[in-house]
Design a protein around this ligand. Sequence first.
Ligand SMILES: Cc1cc2nc3c(=O)[nH]c(=O)nc-3n(C[C@H](O)[C@H](O)[C@H](O)COP(=O)(O)O)c2cc1C
Length: 367
Amino acid sequence: MTELASKSSGGDLPLSPAGSVGSLIDLSQLEAEAGSRLDPAIAAYVRSGAGDSADANARAWERLRLQPFVLHDVTRVSTATSVLNRFTSSPILVAPTAMHRLVCPEGERATARAAAAAGTVYVVSMAATRSIEDIASATPDGLHWMQAYVRRDRGVTRASLERAAAAGCQAIVVTVDSPGIPDFQARPGRTLNDGLPLPNLAPSDPHPDVLEIAADYATDLSFDELSEIRSWTGLPLVVKGILRGSDAARCVEAGADAIAVSNHGGRQIPGCLPTAVALPEVVQAVNGRADVYVDGGIRSGSDVLKALSLGATAVMVGRPIVWGLAIDGEAGARAVLEELRRQLQRTMALCGVVDARAVPRDLVRQL
Ligand SMILES: Cc1cc2nc3c(=O)[nH]c(=O)nc-3n(C[C@H](O)[C@H](O)[C@H](O)COP(=O)(O)O)c2cc1C
């Protein structure tokens, strides 16, 4: 996969038919290729979903169809955008996923370098296996946001987030879809992060096992607490795990700077609403007062364009990045990001769209 990684540009690219067609890779093949290289238990952890909710996310993007505009000048097509007022080369962000050293020795350092090379944001999971200071020093110019689950003892979470702010993170992402419930059931007697550190927790953390930590997530977090959490660092706050317009509106009113429409990659609730279906009502409720991101089953540039047409500011991608890391470390994760951006640019051109910040709302139709 190394040869697929190409030099990143700022996102404003002349459309090159040779480059855009010749390099297309099928991201749906990544899972099989990565899975064959990983310990089956680790592959199962990454792949896992609740019932068919992970598949339903992907199917919901498929059911949306693009209705192109023709006879537009698409000589230059820009995938560049901004999230939380920061420029990125594309609206494709790296979602927080735990424990990258399970799949690649460099772990989150590799992910950070891949995201920086692609000119986009890396949301670092609280359960990363490299410290936030290590990640920040590997990519001093990188865009890093720190994700956290709020713990029962708020002081533990506050200390982690203050540390992230001191390390130079530009935003905080609080995940609210997992009250006391981990997103994976390990086989009895096994710990997932066996032998791997979780250095973004306090050294004195009473729960070094990632599944025990999940059992320690707060079960009483409220909208009212969001403004206090934001005040701990003063950094912009993204609330991740929203599927209802009314919840999104309450988060914005409580001070959220961005809403991430997410069902945790379909890993939590069996029978969960796909994020593509939830997105329009969240966009409508937020009504331009905050950025809106969406993740879950985004596997192609077409999916990204559909999300933008439904009003998302940007998308986040989870499993494909982990599969890319498993196949070829930093180069693999970067190839996934670059490929998604190339696909987005090509699909924009074919749909008569030249600016990722101004995608027409009537570009998508439901089958
Ligand atoms: C292996 C794995 C670990 C994850 N760990 C976290 C995490 O630590 N924090 C979090 O907020 N979300 C976590 N997620 C959810 C992702 O942030 C994201 O919502 C989801 O992966 C998006 O769906 P996709 O994988 O279909 O792209 C994880 C997802 C996976 C697959």
